[in-house]
Design a protein around this ligand. Structure first.
Ligand code: FPP
Ligand code: MG
Length: 317
């Protein structure tokens, strides 16, 4: 109970800070702020940054702004992503695009980004400025790369890895690396911390790809089979593909190359996934990666924050 209270205090500090950073109060931004910032996010990125600052005993209070900026970049990227994906729901609620139109969603995303960058600038730390700017490049490039490879069966695991690095892992990497920067650590330490964040981010994205196929929209808060409908070769499909005969691969490719995929196509892909034991293969792989990340975390002294983070990691596979 005590531990939950402490963590809640940290998370509510982030909430208050976000409220303060997003200062504009025209009615549409107020609504968006409420929906995007105050609703249902787990704050996993700010929390990871905070935890790694604790590991290094960071006294600098910049952690609050750095974590908040990470959350703002994440929120802005989701606003844009829902436009790209034409997504009707997120976190169980209509997306901003669905409620107010795509133009509003894009401009609101731009506004959140501008707020984040402006706050980061006040910290006067060029190293932080540099790594966060790189994240913005990574996000945009990976979304373009993903679009380029949509419906293309020649996509390789290497390209998939590049996509998930840019769209998810790069920001996680910055959250953990930024802790080492605030603690004035060596380049090696920065790299080691970044590596953890990058691996965590990739695990996170692979899990997210699995939700699309194996978790209904009520539990995931997102449209079921959205990635499949959009013709994206995500991780479960790449694992499935590696288990197929030449003939089966050809059929799979035809499914993705169609203009749109109907309910019958959905049954075909789900049956194939089950027949080739893709859910259990994925579970095993993600579980193994998660356990390796746990070994890294366990080298640091036990704390309430570390245990809560481990608990959140536990829910990943
Ligand atoms: C979600 O992945 C997508 C992202 C985390 C990144 C989206 C990035 C952009 C649209 C580029 C915008 C760039 C900037 C700088 C804001 P997903 O589609 O796999 O997950 P989902 O199922 O939650 O939609
Ligand atoms: Mg997307």
């Amino acid at each position: 109970m005590k531990s939950k209270f402490k963590i809640q205090t940290i998370l509510s500090q982030f909430d208050k800070n976000l409220d303060n950073i997003i200062s504009e109060d025209i009615p549409i931004l107020k609504k968006i702020k409420k929906q995007v910032i105050s609703s249902g996010g787990k704050r996993i990125r700010p929390f990871a940054h905070y935890l790694f600052c604790q590991f290094l005993n960071v006294k600098d209070v910049s952690w609050l702004d750095v974590g908040s900026v990470a959350e703002l970049i994440h929120a802005a990227s989701l606003l844009h992503d829902d436009v790209v994906d034409n997504a009707p729901i997120r976190r169980g609620k209509p997306t901003i695009g669905a409620s107010f139109g795509n133009k509003t969603a894009i401009l609101a995303g731009d506004y959140l980004l501008a707020c984040g960058i402006s706050r980061l600038n006040t910290l006067g730390n060029p190293e932080l400025m540099e790594i966060f700017s790189q994240v913005l490049r990574d996000l945009s490039v990976s979304e373009l790369l993903q679009m380029e490879w949509e419906k293309n069966p020649n996509i390789t695991l290497k390209i998939y890895d590049q996509i998930i690095y840019g769209k998810t892992a790069s920001l996680f990497g910055v959250c953990t690396e930024a802790a080492a920067i605030l603690a004035n650590q060596s380049k090696e330490k920065r790299k080691e911390f970044r590596q953890f964040g990058v691996r965590l981010g990739k695990l996170f994205q692979k899990k997210d790809d699995c939700l699309d196929y194996f978790v209904d929209s009520k539990a995931s808060g997102k449209e079921f089979l959205k990635d499949f409908k959009n013709g994206l070769f995500t991780y479960p499909v790449l694992v499935l593909r590696s288990k197929l005969s030449l003939l089966e691969k050809r059929k799979l490719n035809q499914l993705f190359q169609k203009e749109t995929r109907n309910a019958n196509d959905e049954t075909i892909i789900l049956d194939l996934m089950n027949a080739k034991h893709v859910p259990s293969l994925l579970h095993k792989e993600l579980e193994k990666e998660k356990n390796e990340l746990l070994v890294f975390l366990n080298q640091f002294p036990k704390s309430e924050e570390r245990e809560l983070f481990i608990e959140q990691l536990g829910r990943l596979t």
